[in-house]
Design a protein around this ligand. Structure first.
Ligand SMILES: [Zn+2]
Ligand SMILES: [Zn+2]
Length: 241
């Protein structure tokens, strides 16, 4: 009951839809924009088992850990959509505070090894890279209560970019990182970015998901796969990159 109360009272400036969906699915979902670039860090929890998977604790680790504690959750995994510093920069401290196995796709190993350089370029400082426990791979599935968070490898924004999908009661919830935004897509002019690859990840994988799948993007508002399939100019082909 306490957790229901928390879900009902938390509102989110940018993404009010997500807490409604989370309530419907009896899943705990808190998305917190963190750091100077406001990366969407998500805490995905299961009410029944009290476990959580945390996605992209890029900054403000203490604040994110505080929410995890308040919700009474135990972190099993810390997963990263990719290794840009705004998505992984707070992970070392978050792991120290909350535990959990940290995972990243090996395609982003170079970015992971150059976090300090990334920080210098965007004015973020980092003292330590999170110790990784394993590699993320296409098709990996992580337990969250009775459900599984599944990994899709969706390169293009970076070589190791991944999207996470969880399905409960027939509804998909998608964490797309910087591969897909509401009305836009991730940039491909950064280290290892590839515009052909991002389009093939979007068209070949993300657009294969359900029309009503809700997408938590890497920055800014959430969206649905159906809305992007119909209106996103990069996906419809109206804009070319
Ligand atoms: Zn990025
Ligand atoms: Zn980002």
């Amino acid at each position: 009951m306490a957790r229901h109360l928390i879900l009902r009272t938390v509102t989110h400036d940018l993404l009010p839809v997500r807490s409604l969906l989370a309530m419907m699915l009896a899943m705990i979902l808190q998305t917190i924009p963190v750091g100077p670039l406001q990366c969407n860090c998500s805490i995905l929890g299961d009410e029944e088992t009290g476990t959580a998977i945390v996605i992209d604790p890029g900054d403000e680790a203490e604040r994110v850990a505080g929410v995890v504690r308040k919700l009474g959750l135990t972190v099993s995994h810390i997963v990263h959509t990719h290794a840009h510093i705004d998505h992984i920069g707070g992970s070392a401290e978050f792991k120290r505070l909350c535990g959990g196995k940290a995972l990243l796709h090996e395609g982003d190993q170079w970015l992971y090894e150059h976090l300090e350089m990334q920080g210098q370029m965007i004015g973020m400082s980092i003292t330590e890279a999170v110790a990784l426990d394993a590699k993320l791979q296409e098709g990996d599935r992580f337990d969250l209560g009775h459900d599984k968070l599944e990994v899709l490898h969706t390169p293009g924004h970076s070589p190791g970019s991944c999207t996470f999908v969880i399905e409960r009661d027939g509804r998909q919830l998608v964490f797309a990182g910087d591969t897909l935004f509401a009305g836009s897509i991730g940039r491909t002019d950064l280290w290892g970015g590839d515009s052909e690859e991002i389009l093939s990840s979007l068209r070949g994988k993300l657009m294969e998901l359900d029309d009503d799948a809700e997408v938590i993007t890497g920055h800014g508002a959430s969206t649905t796969i159906g809305a992007e399939r119909r209106n996103n100019p990069f996906i419809t082909g109206q804009y070319r990159i």
